[in-house]
Design a protein around this ligand. Structure first.
Ligand SMILES: *Cc1c(COP(=O)(O)O)cnc(C)c1O
Length: 370
């Protein structure tokens, strides 16, 4: 049995006519940018995420960038960021002239370790950007306590974790202003690029609204040097349909994760993902660790099982950040995760047979080698 890393079919096939109908409505309405679909999606996403304001933007990277710009981050401002995130979190900081200051993760949950944050603070630190990596909520209680104590803002990178919660509070609703992504493969995915900013602060919401649309509220009157980063009507219409199914798809992801936990238990040299007490996990990705990663990945490929690596190179070791001149070994946990992590197939609609096929292949490979 082959198991692709990701298949959209079980999500998209049952709602095909509903989605195509929504697209046809936009087509016929002849209003394609910042119209009633975007407005309605923003209201519905705010309800879903328990926030006062959602601002639809072009993609997740822009969401984070505009959030930082709205906060007034200045060149040289230091921002605490995970050492093991996707590079977008770092890029958003760099775009506004900020300095990413990496903090290592908890090696079991893969999320930023709150106990390590205070040691990284300096007089130039302005904020913290927790990333709810792979779909698990960060330990937001301790993180918000540190932020309050030191007068720092928080911007959550919620790109992988729509619907996750820390002690009942939804990710994307803790920070002053937060970013999420609706890239097709994310838990809530558009049919192309899309993203959103979420906030409870009316002033920051207004700033982002202006920034996404050429720095303008009134057409041809420009208050600030803005961007063109708008969510379009077609994507908003598709997202409105898909948002209704997100809770069901999340439950399916959680069920697949539970089956993996059960069928992959007790294999030597295979570390399964752990969830912190107080956190929920919406399993954007199911990430295991093994010292035999390359060989295991090759074996699984030969068995028709798709896997990916999130991420093979930590941001501080990317060529883009060579100017930081961070010596090898400075962030050993990020480097170790990059060398050992493997993302197994994970998508709503995966069956227990799929999970069993993956588990059997992993067991026969790692089991054989002890
Ligand atoms: C996907 C992602 C982003 C960026 O989103 P895009 O829509 O691709 O720009 C940012 N941060 C994280 C953690 C992501 O996974």
């Amino acid at each position: 049995m082959t198991v692709p890393f990701l298949s959209f079919a079980p999500q998209h096939n049952p709602i095909r006519s509903e989605v195509l109908g929504a697209i046809a409505d936009v087509y016929d309405k002849q209003w394609y940018v910042l119209g009633e679909q975007v407005k309605a999606f923003e209201a519905e996403y705010s309800t879903f995420n328990h926030v006062a304001h959602t601002i639809g933007v072009a993609n997740g990277l822009d969401a984070l960038h505009l959030a930082l710009e709205a906060l007034g981050v200045q060149p040289g401002d230091e921002v605490i960021v995970p050492s093991n995130t996707y590079i977008a979190t770092w890029l958003a900081i760099s775009f506004v002239g900020g300095v990413p200051v990496p903090v290592e993760p908890n090696p079991d949950t893969y999320n930023i370790d709150p106990a390590r944050i205070e040691a990284a603070l300096t007089s130039r630190t302005k904020g913290i950007m927790p990333v709810h990596l792979y779909g698990q909520a960060c330990e937001m209680g301790p993180i918000m306590d540190i932020a309050r104590k030191h007068g720092l803002w928080v911007v959550e990178d919620n790109a992988q974790s729509q619907g996750a919660a820390w002690e009942g509070g939804l990710t994307g609703s803790f920070g002053a202003v937060n970013g999420t992504s609706f890239y097709p493969g994310k838990n809530l995915g558009a049919l192309g690029d899309a993203g959103a900013v979420t906030t409870n602060d009316a002033d920051l919401a207004h700033k982002v609204q202006v920034l996404r649309n050429y720095g303008s509220q009134q057409k041809y009157y420009n208050e600030v040097i803005g961007h063109n980063s708008r969510l379009d009507e077609l994507q908003a219409a598709v997202l409105r349909v898909k948002l209704n199914y997100l809770p069901e798809w999340t439950a399916q992801r959680q069920n697949v994760a539970q089956l993996y936990n059960q069928h992959l238990a007790g294999i030597a040299d295979l570390q399964l993902p752990a969830t912190a007490p107080g956190a929920t996990h919406v399993y954007h990705l199911y990430v295991v660790r093994t010292t035999q990663r390359a060989a295991l990945q090759q074996y699984l490929t030969e068995q028709g099982i798709g896997t990916l690596i999130h991420y093979p190179i930590p941001p501080h070791q990317q060529q883009a950040y060579a100017h930081l001149a961070i010596p090898v070994g400075t962030y050993p946990l990020a480097e170790e995760l990059a060398a050992t992590c493997l993302s197994l197939p994970m998508w709503p609609g995966m069956t227990e047979e799929h999970v069993l096929a993956v588990a059997k292949a992993i067991r026969s490979f790692l089991g054989d080698r002890g």
